[in-house]
Design a protein around this ligand. Structure first.
Ligand code: IMP
Ligand code: MG
Length: 179
């Protein structure tokens, strides 16, 4: 895989489109949690830009925290193990938690993260993902708030990486195979 030479022509979503969508979802979240406090839990590292766009637009009492979870195991196996490499700092007991995710692919990471968080007895755990790639799902998991749905492509930019690169692109693009 190599970065597409004509990446400018292959932009899937511009910064403006992403910000506008974040604002729409933030308004939806504000309606759903009216009068309540929410904890936005950003999954590192890919979700940082999406988190920043979203949190600014939610006119509620918002607290933020960060978690880093990696899933291992076969993509066709629903019992993959998730390792938490940076744990949640806050007490989640009886809190409204919204996991802010970059992309839901097979669904493995989020399924296990959700189960892990539920052990902390939150009031509620929902998922707000920037991108959804349903074609790759192996686990029955439906995000509650979805920015955009994408085809089965390897997505980069706006937080998403290939080999830790391209997270800083101010738009969402994808890699093409050289074959
Ligand atoms: P899962 O397969 O749903 O468990 O996805 C786990 C993680 O893989 C996501 O949160 C992303 O960090 C990463 N990932 C999945 N698809 C892509 C992609 O197209 N580009 C970059 N990272 C991806
Ligand atoms: Mg992720």
């Amino acid at each position: 895989m190599a970065l597409n030479n004509e990446i400018k022509g292959k932009i899937l979503f511009t910064e403006e489109q992403i910000r506008n969508r974040a604002k729409e979802l933030a308004e939806e979240i504000a309606r759903d949690y009216e009068g309540e406090e929410v904890i936005l839990l950003c999954t590192l590292k890919g979700s940082v830009l999406w988190m920043a766009d979203l949190m600014k637009e939610i006119p509620l009492d918002v607290k933020i925290d960060f978690v880093s979870a990696n899933s291992y195991g076969s993509s066709t196996c629903t019992s993959g193990v998730v390792t938490i490499t940076k744990d949640v700092d806050m007490d989640l007991f009886n809190k409204n938690v919204i996991i802010v995710e970059d992309i839901v692919d097979t669904g493995t990471t989020l399924k296990h993260l959700k189960e892990y968080l539920k052990e902390r007895n939150p009031k509620d755990v929902k998922i707000c993902t920037m991108l959804d790639k349903p074609a790759r799902r192996v686990i029955d998991l439906e995000p509650d708030y979805i920015g955009f749905t994408v085809d089965d492509l390897f997505i980069i930019g706006y937080g998403l990486d290939y080999d830790q690169k391209y997270r800083n692109l101010p738009y969402i693009s994808y890699l093409e195979s050289n074959e």
